[in-house]
Write a protein that binds this ligand. Structure first.
Ligand code: SF4
Ligand code: SF4
Length: 370
């Protein structure tokens, strides 16, 4: 390859590059809608009633379970355990079919972390304001959210009206105060200090991903055929989709990825003329955006929570360079390798069957116990 270096240019600051941003994606709207739904359900359900009884309450003191109109004794917990298992199997089914949508949209860790970032954007007026009072305001707001989360959590085990009414006069019993304080503190510290580290190091769902997914399950991928070889270049050269170079063959693309990911064993990377470069400008925006600290260009990683932050960052780079979006995209390995659709997939079938079985057991048990 020829080696034309253009030291005056960098991937993030092309002098003549257009400055437009990638259009707002439908998934941003979906993420906020799901966030509102999850928060609304969690904070709202303890207040809802059905035929003059709580909609959902595991009343520890009265030893009664109110479950969507059914009044159960606490010893009827077995059908509820079947129901929980049905939910777990359904989550596995959705994961095997569509990837980690739960992590990207609905997991409480994701929702609360996203909510905390929204609080920070609010108190800093989206990065435009700051000052000494900003951290105080931010921490006060987050402490209030955490306290309300603790109260709401205990509200699933003791009528929430009594909890809220007893707070001002300090009339709550010891276990209620303990668990409110525990969950408030856990919410506060978890989001402030751990955030996505929970996904990487603590969450069991994250650890079992290889058993839930197959080559046909969509996840976040870097399109190495289009992106490699990566490198900074002069503005205005156009995407590989617009110039003669086109897409690489998969073996060459993988070779470039390996060389970039393992410089110690592969040796120094060659430099390429602008005409040979792929669409990755090597700006590292995707790496900086990743809350886990992954470089998605190195290949799929089981720690990836499919949050799409790298996709958004890369789409912005593509837009600034006048390239089409989608260098980092949601697709499956089978689609990348252009395999024909599968007629039989063991995991979805297994998880579908388990979901149905647990649901039948739960419904039968709930009807018998009511
Ligand atoms: S930023 Fe990209 S690589 Fe990182 S967790 Fe999110 S989707 Fe995965
Ligand atoms: S994949 Fe996209 S965001 Fe990441 S370095 Fe390449 S151009 Fe930049």
């Amino acid at each position: 390859m020829s080696s034309i270096q253009r030291p005056g240019y960098s991937a993030t600051a092309h002098p003549a590059a257009p400055t437009r941003r990638a259009p707002v994606q439908r998934r941003h709207v979906a993420q906020w809608l799901v966030l509102a739904l999850m928060l609304g359900l969690f904070y709202g359900v303890p207040w809802l009633r059905w035929h003059d009884a709580p909609l959902l309450l595991f009343d520890i003191e009265a030893r009664r379970i109110h479950f969507f109109g059914l009044g159960l004794r606490t010893d009827a917990i077995v059908p509820l355990l079947w129901l929980a298992l049905a939910g777990l199997a359904a989550l596995c089914l959705v994961t095997s079919l569509y990837g980690r949508l739960w992590c990207a949209y609905a997991c409480p860790q994701t929702v609360l972390t996203r909510l905390h970032r929204a609080v920070r954007r609010l108190t800093t007026l989206n990065g435009r304001a700051g000052g000494r009072t900003e951290p105080v305001l931010r921490h006060a707001l987050w402490a209030a959210v955490s306290l309300w989360t603790g109260i709401t959590f205990v509200g699933y085990f003791s009528p929430i009206g009594g909890l809220v009414g007893g707070l001002p006069a300090f009339e709550l019993g010891g276990w209620k105060v303990f668990w409110i304080a525990f969950y408030a503190l856990a919410t506060w510290a978890n989001v402030l200090f751990l955030h996505e580290q929970v996904c990487t190091y603590l969450c069991p769902y994250g650890r079992v991903q290889p058993w839930l997914t197959d080559a046909f399950t969509p996840s976040i991928h870097y399109d190495a055929r289009r992106g490699e070889p990566r490198g900074a270049r002069a503005a205005g050269g156009g995407s590989v989709m617009q110039r003669a170079r086109g897409l690489l063959d998969p073996v060459t693309a993988r070779d470039y990825v390996f060389r970039a990911a393992h410089p110690a064993s592969a040796g120094p990377r060659p430099t390429f003329s602008d005409a040979h470069l792929g669409d990755c400008t090597d700006c590292d925006a995707c790496v900086r955006a990743c809350p886990i600290g992954l470089d998605i260009r190195n290949g799929r990683n089981d720690s990836c929570i499919e949050c799409n932050a790298c996709t958004d960052a890369c789409d912005d780079t593509m837009a600034r360079n006048g390239f089409p979006a989608g260098l980092i995209l949601r697709t499956s390995i089978a689609r990348i390798e252009q395999r024909p659709p599968a007629t039989f997939r063991a995991r979805p079938l297994l998880f579908g069957a388990l979901t149905a079985l647990f649901l039948v057991l739960a419904i039968t048990g709930l009807l018998a116990a009511s």
